[in-house]
Design a protein around this ligand. Structure first.
Ligand SMILES: Cc1ncc(COP(=O)(O)OP(=O)(O)O)c(N)n1
Ligand SMILES: Cc1ncsc1CCOP(=O)(O)O
Ligand SMILES: [Mg+2]
Length: 212
């Protein structure tokens, strides 16, 4: 993941529960057909380790078919077990160094950096492949303690080559301003899965906005 001349792309986060992985794989296939998605993060909360790994394995062929990187949230060990493309680590989810050691240098390790350039520099020094800033807007997907302003994306883009991901309450109304501010990826959960016209329509709409 490098920033030079790259378009701003969509980073899709799963809902926190997936009851039927096979049915969801079919949904995801339709979503990926609707437009470009760079990454899909499996963010299950409260699922057993076995369920996370099994779900990831069910979704992997769909992600591979559409050239979408599959990441598991929180757990480098489960990302290793499922042999996915990478892991997203929060500040309490372990070190980048250990995740890279376990997964291999070719796998993606992204890090939550809230609203802090300091955390982002530290993640970058440890070898993070992207840094995530947020939450930019109110969200019901997660209880957020940190609020990020758009200028952090601009400042990061001016100084560092490592891509940034903007996250938190992003909708089709706000994606463009984050792209303009310098975000390299726009991470979205509810604005896709709860879109009035369905998730495929949402991905189509985000793609139109990010392409402008
Ligand atoms: C792309 C991206 N950015 C931030 C987060 C949040 O991670 P974390 O702080 O560990 O919180 P949880 O998602 O684990 O609740 C993320 N998942 N993805
Ligand atoms: C996981 C996460 N981390 C910071 S905000 C957030 C929620 C993202 O979901 P949504 O796009 O629905 O606000
Ligand atoms: Mg986490």
């Amino acid at each position: 993941m490098t920033t030079s001349d790259q378009p701003c792309r969509l980073y899709l986060i799963s809902q926190s529960e997936i009851a039927d992985a096979d049915a969801f794989a079919a949904t995801l296939d339709g979503v990926f057909k609707a437009g470009d998605v760079a990454c899909f993060q499996l963010r299950l909360k409260g699922a057993s380790d076995d369920a996370v790994v099994a779900t990831a394995k069910t979704l992997m062929p769909v992600c591979e078919a559409h050239d979408v990187a599959l990441l598991i949230n929180d757990r480098a060990d489960l990302a290793h077990e499922a042999d996915v493309d990478g892991v997203h680590l929060g500040q309490g989810d372990g070190s980048v160094k250990k995740a890279k050691e376990l997964l291999g240098l070719d796998r993606i390790v992204g890090v939550t950096c809230h609203n802090s350039l300091h955390l982002a520099f530290a993640a970058g020094e440890q070898g993070a492949d992207y840094v995530a800033f947020g939450a930019f807007y109110p969200t019901e997907t997660k209880k957020t303690e940190y609020h990020a302003e758009k200028d952090i994306l601009t400042r990061w883009d001016e100084i560092v080559e490592i891509p940034s991901v903007a996250i938190g309450g992003i909708t089709t109304d706000t994606a463009a301003e984050l792209k303009e501010a310098g975000a390299h990826f726009i991470a979205v959960c509810s604005a896709v899965w709860q879109h009035a016209d369905g998730p495929a329509a949402a991905v189509r709409a985000f793609n139109q906005i990010l392409a402008d």
